[in-house]
Design a protein. Structure first.
Lengths: 429, 429
């Protein structure tokens, strides 16, 4: 049996305490699986006096995470503080410079400073692992970095924010508008302190940027992710999409095209009977398409104490076993600065509009679509149910985002709409 | 850049050629991901003259896999011959003794001789990896061995034979009897030379035994897997199960109980709207339940050139990167000889029987169920549709397999059945 791997854990929120509990509960199991014990030397958090759901009495306490990261009796620094800068970044850098490996769950930090940290880790001969940063307990970082390493990756997709998926599925099942369910979610404690991180798609966008970097061997580029949150998803669209056989998901898609790397996080329609369409509540799903493996679907809890701590432990055990991988699965210097590309891959689109109830209105709409080069797969006009006009739904054949933009700009000029038209991409899954 | 990892590939069927193609197509990608080139030195197969879909001219040819395994210019021996003994086993042993690491896709060999091979590998300081042995391109070995290594595993389940799932879903969608679809599958080339390996549940049983060993830290024990194939699944049961909201799958389940390790591979009902229930055609799915991670679902192609070769490459790249794991995720000596246990975990059951159309028949059936300690969740009696009698379906509340066995033995003695009763377990998923 080799020497123990000694952990310093910074951040004792839900996930940090979850990690402490696993190490205490499964010490023997982890030891036999690693060929060496995994122990905790010291911990740190903002408030020492807070009552926590674990016995921390055997660990040294550091008031400062940077000091924790530099302790001589710490081999591996576990950063669970969070935040894209400040003490999280400082302490990780201090750990690497002090010759410690790092495990983190910090998606924002990796999405914004991943390249810089990967370069520092390599320069210091240290590793950074971050399975918990994306999709909680789902082993998606390992799947991309290792299991599919022999594949060219065609596309990575995923529902990676459980709060948004909860809100969308709850709107559908309870027939409630966005604002009501948002307020429910807030009261249930599902939302971040700044809820736009969740419902604005930013948290999920961070995760997508990390996956894209590994999948395509590119420098992580969060700024290039086209992000739209779920705020404009109406209960009307959820119901109309359902009528047409779809569900609306906040879906992240990254794919490399001849024009560059497309990364988008936006509300999309997916077939109701697809694995993504069947995903309810807070569960996450990542779909990876490899040129040899085909489509691999991974599903599980995207957040929560146990699942996230399980992912952190996966990294801890990997390092305890002596596995040493480059941060994004290849040397940092080999990561290319990909050309960011606006979404151009054609897709079918869903369009909803309200028409004035008068002769020729539908003809004008159809003419605009035709002029935009959009051909119609299915169109459905509803009875005069709305106070605003006659609801009309269109599912287009595959078309370009440019054609859709053209149509959306031109439709109001027909003078037959009673409001703004809505469009949502139907992602092929 | 380190020295290349030099492969010797034994077996040039679909998977072997798939591996050759990936290494030829993605040489640069693999090299940058591994930090060293991966090359093929030599290959072997039974028939050198066969026309193969890859250029093998740059590789040395060995007529004998054992000689290939012992070549000085081979670092890693890739066994893709198959079979639970003979040259596959001989060549792997020769490779390990000659100081080579081994990658194999051979589920039968690992299910029957896994412990012995793991011990040999450890004694020689070598590793054996086998991601391709279970569920094709789905990274389930890595998920269990690494991603969930910090979890106590509660249960592992899976649909792991694509041919059986194809047959069952085709019976359902086309309304065809087993024999007809079996013959279709044979003509499509979906069946092994000995089809009982597929439809008899043996191939899937091999896979389950391997997963159980990793999940529970036990010596692989294929002989203890309770196996029943899909031969007795009738189109009637498929339709009746559908009526009740279920689908029938050849489902493997392994779980550790106080009585010992339960391993079974058998046709089961699962809810039609569960991920397992929605699995169609040749796709595989593995569900792992960890005490921290919760339920992780992995889905993908379970067979075929690309997916299986992708899994082989995952192991090759792992070894090229210098990762060295014990065969079943912990030292071979630490693997416990688990007490095998017959299925005792309670479950709901589906029962179908044909009753004589006379007064009191249903009462007698209900009495037998009551006497057996079985309480009824739902019962449905159909109109006189069958030539054999009145079909009656029962879905029980959770009960023990013993109670079901008791009822199945007692029911014919009522004298009101026109044939044998059928029972199928409803696995909780």
């Amino acid at each position: 049996m080799s020497a123990p791997l000694r952990l310093g854990i910074a951040g004792l929120g839900t996930v940090g305490i979850g990690v402490v509990k696993i190490i205490q509960k499964h010490a023997d199991l982890v030891s036999v699986r690693c060929g060496r014990p995994v122990t905790i030397t010291a911990v740190s958090a903002r408030d020492r006096t807070r009552n926590r759901d674990a016995d921390l009495s055997e660990f040294a306490w550091e008031a400062d995470a940077v000091s924790l990261a530099q302790r001589d009796d710490v081999d591996l620094f576990v950063e669970l503080i969070g935040g894209d800068a400040g003490v999280a970044k400082d302490s990780i850098e201090a750990a690497l410079r002090a010759g410690k490996d790092v495990v983190t769950a910090n998606k924002a930090l990796l999405a914004l400073h991943g390249q810089e940290l990967a370069e520092l880790a390599e320069a210091e001969g240290r590793v950074i692992r971050f399975e918990a940063a994306v999709a909680g307990g789902i082993p998606v970082i390992k799947a991309l970095t290792e299991s599919l390493a022999g594949n060219g990756i065609n596309r990575v997709m995923g529902v990676m924010n459980g709060t948004c998926n909860y809100i969308l599925t709850r709107m559908e099942s309870a027939g409630l508008p966005y604002e009501t369910v948002f307020e429910e979610a807030r009261q249930l404690g599902y939302l971040e302190a700044d809820p736009t991180l969740d419902v604005g798609g930013i948290d999920a966008g961070h995760k997508l940027a990390i996956l894209a970097a590994i999948a395509f061997g590119t420098r992580v580029n969060f700024d290039a992710v086209e992000i739209e949150g779920i705020v404009r998803v109406s209960i009307d669209d959820i119901h109309r999409a359902e009528d047409m056989g779809y569900r609306i998901k906040l879906l992240g898609v990254a794919q490399m095209t001849a024009r560059g790397l497309e990364q988008r996080m936006s509300p999309c329609l997916v077939p109701a009977d697809s694995p993504l369409g069947q995903l309810n509540g807070g569960t996450n799903m990542v779909v990876i398409e490899g040129d040899s493996a085909g489509q691999i679907v991974l599903r599980g809890a995207g957040a929560g104490e146990g699942p996230t701590a399980s992912a952190v432990m996966s990294d801890v055990i990997e390092i305890a076993r002596g596995t040493r991988l480059p941060t994004f699965g290849r040397p940092a210097a080999s990561l290319a600065a990909a050309q960011p590309a606006r979404t151009a891959v054609p897709a079918a689109y869903y369009m909803r509009m309200e028409l004035q109830d008068k002769p020729g209105a539908l003809a004008k709409v159809a003419a605009v679509l035709g002029d935009s080069g959009i051909s119609i797969d299915r169109m459905r006009q509803y009875g005069h149910a709305s106070r605003d006009g006659v609801p009309v739904l269109v599912v287009t054949h595959k078309t370009t985002p440019e054609a859709i933009d053209h149509a959306i700009a031109a439709l109001p000029r027909t003078g037959v709409l009673t409001g703004d038209p809505v469009e949502l991409r139907i992602e092929e899954v």
